[in-house]
Ligand binder design. Structure first.
Ligand SMILES: NC(=O)c1ccc[n+]([C@@H]2O[C@H](COP(=O)([O-])OP(=O)(O)OC[C@H]3O[C@@H](n4cnc5c(N)ncnc54)[C@H](O)[C@@H]3O)[C@@H](O)[C@H]2O)c1
Length: 335
């Protein structure tokens, strides 16, 4: 069905798992090009395993580079685009928002525009598809009840979520204005192997096994809805294959946890698998630190649309996959 695929940000956390899925499933004659700017968040070493597939091609470059995008469209004649490339860490967006606007807003615009120009010029608009990977953070924050649906008005609170919301609006406009077949997925927090060191779960594991304080923002009661990264990738692919053009799909697993609960669960797993020599629990290392500016209280996804219309739902193997994830980081960080 799909034959010439552009994946952006495929050396990042989620994009790399998506490439695993594509390379496993797609026929040898499907060309898969990964365009990644190789920022601090990319793991370039992953190319070694991806390059074992003869239909995989890596290009180092930015989605903000219109001339490069134009060249790539001419050379590879993409009919499918999956946009994972983004700046993604909320704390970084607070200390330096500019690059979030450059990549997430201007980069997504450049990708949309070069897709449109190529597809219109080659009469490919009707058969081509553009899937944009977004986040539940665009909806703002919830109180202790309720869930985000696809109808929840956007109310982003951080420069990160505002830049993602802006990119979602650009994608939406390309469907309504130019008839592009667009799909937006808004997913909750992901966990799994290969996440950048700066993110919550890698930080907790690393600090724990290094005997350092485990920093938790505020009182630790902020709530996130956690989904295993490989399930997220499966859901994205299902939306791409079966979704309605121009629509958005929330992806989540009804798995809400407070940050302190996540920290304690990780410490419990480590207490079992890697007991401390002094017999104490890793949870003694948890330390509450000054809260993130504008820290959203709660996110929760109503994932009933994707279940009803596409037939995807999470299999919810949280404990098992969290244990595998922790083992992966222990292996990465152990001295
Ligand atoms: N991580 C989560 O929990 C989560 C949840 C929901 C949605 N998302 C969304 O999923 C997507 C992927 O997130 P992630 O966690 O894998 O991010 P990540 O930070 O781990 O990886 C981002 C990748 O994009 C690349 N990149 C950055 N700027 C680029 C540019 N200008 N051009 C080309 N490549 C560039 C980086 O080099 C990196 O490889 C993002 O759009 C993010 O908003 C993430």
């Amino acid at each position: 069905m799909i034959s010439r695929i552009l994946v952006t940000g495929g050396l990042g956390f989620i994009g790399s798992h998506f490439l695993d899925l594509l390379l496993k499933n797609e026929e040898e004659n499907v060309v898969i090009v990964n365009l990644d700017a190789c920022t601090y968040a990319a793991d370039i070493s992953l190319n070694k395993q991806f390059e074992k597939h003869s239909n995989y091609k890596f290009i180092k470059g930015s989605i903000t580079d219109r001339a490069l995008l134009k060249e790539l469209f001419l050379e590879y004649k993409f009919d499918s685009v999956f946009n994972f490339a983004a700046e993604t860490h909320v704390d970084n967006s607070i200390s330096g928002p500019g690059v979030f606007v450059d990549t997430n807003v201007m980069g997504t615009f450049s990708l949309l525009e070069e897709s449109r120009l190529f597809w219109e010029a080659n009469n490919l608009m009707k058969i081509s598809k553009f899937l944009h990977v977004s986040t539940d953070e665009v909806y703002g924050q919830l109180g202790s009840v309720g869930m985000f649906t696809e109808q929840t008005p956007y109310a982003p609170n951080s420069p990160y979520s505002a830049s993602k919301a802006s990119s979602d609006f650009m994608v939406r406009s390309y469907h309504h204005t130019y008839g592009m077949n667009t799909f937006i997925t808004n997913c909750s927090n992901n966990f799994g192997a290969r996440q950048n060191d700066e993110k919550l779960i890698p930080t907790i594991v690393r600090k724990a096994i290094n005997g350092e304080e485990i920093p938790i923002y505020g009182n630790g009661k902020n709530i996130r809805d956690w989904l295993f990264v490989e399930e997220h990738c499966e859901a994205i692919f299902e939306v791409f294959k079966k979704g309605n053009s121009g629509e958005s799909y929330n992806i989540g697993s009804y798995n809400e946890r407070t940050n302190i609960n996540i920290a304690k669960e990780i410490c419990n797993v480590l207490d079992e698998s890697l007991p401390k020599k002094d017999g104490l629990s890793y949870s003694d290392q948890i330390k509450f630190v000054i809260d993130r500016k504008g820290h959203d209280f709660r996110y929760a996804i109503d994932a009933s649309k994707i279940k009803k219309t596409i037939g995807w739902s999470s299999k919810k193997q949280f404990k098992k996959e969290l244990k595998n994830t922790i083992d992966w980081y222990v292996n990465k960080y152990k001295i």
